[in-house]
Design a protein around this ligand. Structure first.
Ligand code: NAD
Length: 477
């Protein structure tokens, strides 16, 4: 496939360059990485009409054929991994190795979802009556994706929606539309026309989608602030919503960890993808008995990590994806400086092009500091000392967020006990960020509504339909 070609929308099985375009920047250079179509309201209407027209046929397609289509999309992605990897780095900023992992993850998600089946519940099978509840698709789904994992998080929506017989209009973030648009070109001939439509646009397009009468459901991944607006906008037409939102994940490090072994794992828990992961460790609570050596080990490791342009050999951390997020992270660093917190590493911005922020670790800031309380979504980590488990669990839970969290320690029983007391949708023990297409993932509290992944994730794209059949003809009076 040709990755230098223009990027087009996919509407009703046809590529469409749109009537207007917008530029997408490479965050490592601030140069144009490519241009994307800027969808009009008319384009959105056409995409929804195409999805609506395709819905009955796709819903009636045997699930085995829909699974085969998901697997074919996965294979097509894998066959073009090099091109997608380069494109993803150029618009998102992540290093090539990470971009390759994301493309593989997207394919893996499609294949994993294709291994699932919808349950049928037999409610009653008596002499007089048979009753079962089956699952039927909702109709047309509007999917809205963020910029941190553009391809894989789009597949978190495409895979379950299409598998369960829905059709879709997918909108990537305006910061990272190119690889998703390319994916549309790739699957154009795999799916029947209209089953999956992909459109891109500016800030107006998302609200047009969430308020549009043509959608039966909105599946959204992004910030908690935007999630609130999505839910409000979807309410008048009672659209179903799945909202995958922000997080402020706590890691709790017990005193019996092997400091040297765990330091690099803990570093990457916070800094993978430059900290731009909903389930990145955003606050690290370390037991006082191990705080000093662990802090030294993490700081020493941080100094070995190469930050730079993701397309360069050896880069481990790229730039922040976009200017707004870059400014926000710098503002949090400035706030920490103004308050006089101690920096273990980083804090000083090099004067280079691109949205680069140095890896920054802050030494034991107060619990009520902004860097502890807010979602930084960037390469700045507060290390915080604790000495009492009840207290640290209470601090971990004192948040409007409840997305993920992790516990690290040699005593697995104790670690498990702590994990079960953390009010988050996923808690990992001695690892982090492992997600699977066959396991439910979602946020508690204001980190989300509903889940993606697993059979539970499939159910979110369906309505329950109960069919009750009387077995015997009514007896004449
Ligand atoms: P964002 O909320 O700014 O944007 C997400 C998407 O929503 C983009 O496509 C954007 O164009 C669109 N959008 C913006 N305003 C809209 C509106 N009013 N109506 C409808 N759509 C609108 O989020 P982001 O900055 O792209 O992503 C970062 C955030 O996403 C972080 O908070 C992160 O934690 C969260 N996130 C959550 C998950 C998860 O699975 N829970 C995964 C990744 C990222």
């Amino acid at each position: 496939m040709d990755f230098d070609r223009d990027y087009a929308m996919l509407i009703d099985g046809r590529l469409d360059s749109g009537s207007a375009r917008f530029d997408v920047l490479n965050p490592a250079t601030e140069q144009v990485a490519g241009s994307a179509p800027d969808a009009t309201r008319g384009d959105l209407d056409r995409a929804i009409d195409a999805a609506r027209a395709a819905f009955p046929g796709w819903a009636a397609t045997p699930i085995a054929e829909r699974k085969a289509a998901l697997n074919a999309m996965a294979q097509a992605l894998l066959a073009n991994i090099d091109g997608f990897k380069r494109l993803l780095t150029s618009e998102q900023g992540k290093p090539h190795a990470e971009a390759e992992r994301e493309v593989m993850g997207a394919a893996y998600w499609l294949m994993g979802a294709a291994s699932l089946d919808l349950p049928v519940t037999v409610n009653e099978d008596s002499a007089n009556r048979y009753s079962e509840t089956r699952r039927v698709p909702l109709g047309v789904v509007g999917a809205i994706a963020p910029w941190n994992f553009p391809l894989s998080l789009a597949m978190f929506k495409v895979a379950p929606a299409l598998l369960t017989g829905n059709t879709m209009v997918l909108k990537p973030s305006p910061f990272t539309p190119l690889s998703t648009l390319k994916f549309g070109e790739l699957v154009k001939d795999i799916l029947p026309a209209g089953v999956l439509n992909i459109i891109a646009g500016g800030d107006a397009l998302g609200p047009w989608m969430t308020s549009h009468k043509g959608f039966d459901k909105i599946s959204f991944t992004g910030s908690t602030a935007t999630g609130r607006r999505v839910m409000e906008s979807a309410a008048p037409t009672l659209k179903r919503v799945t909202l995958e939102l922000g997080g402020n994940d706590a890691a709790i490090v017990m005193p019996d960890v092997d400091v040297e072994k765990v330091a690099s794992d803990l570093f990457w828990a916070a800094f993978r993808n430059n900290g731009q992961i909903c389930i990145a460790t955003k606050r690290m609570y370390v037991h006082k008995d191990v705080y000093e050596p662990l802090k030294e080990a993490i700081a020493a490791y941080a100094k070995t990590v190469k930050v730079g342009d993701g397309s360069e050999q050896g880069t481990q951390i790229g730039p922040i994806n976009n200017e707004g997020q870059y400014r926000r992270v710098l503002e949090l660093i400035q706030d920490a400086k103004d308050k006089g917190y101690k920096f273990l590493v980083g804090g000083e911005k090099a004067d280079v092009p691109g949205y680069f922020v140095p890896v920054t670790i802050i030494d034991n800031p107060p619990e009520d500091s902004r860097i502890v309380q807010e979602e930084q979504f960037g390469p700045v980590l507060p290390l915080i000392k604790f000495d009492d488990y009840d207290d640290v669990i209470a601090r971990a839970n004192a948040s409007e967020y409840g997305l993920g969290g992790s516990v690290w320690g040699g005593d697995e029983d104790k670690a498990l006990e702590i994990a079960q007391r953390i009010a988050s949708g996923t808690v990992w023990v001695n690892e982090t960020q492992y997600l699977s297409p066959t396991a439910a993932f979602g946020g508690m509290k204001q980190s989300g509504v509903g889940v993606e992944g697993g059979v539970e994730g499939l159910l979110e794209y369906t309505s329950a339909q109960t069919i009750v059949r009387r077995k015997r003809a009514p007896v004449a009076a």
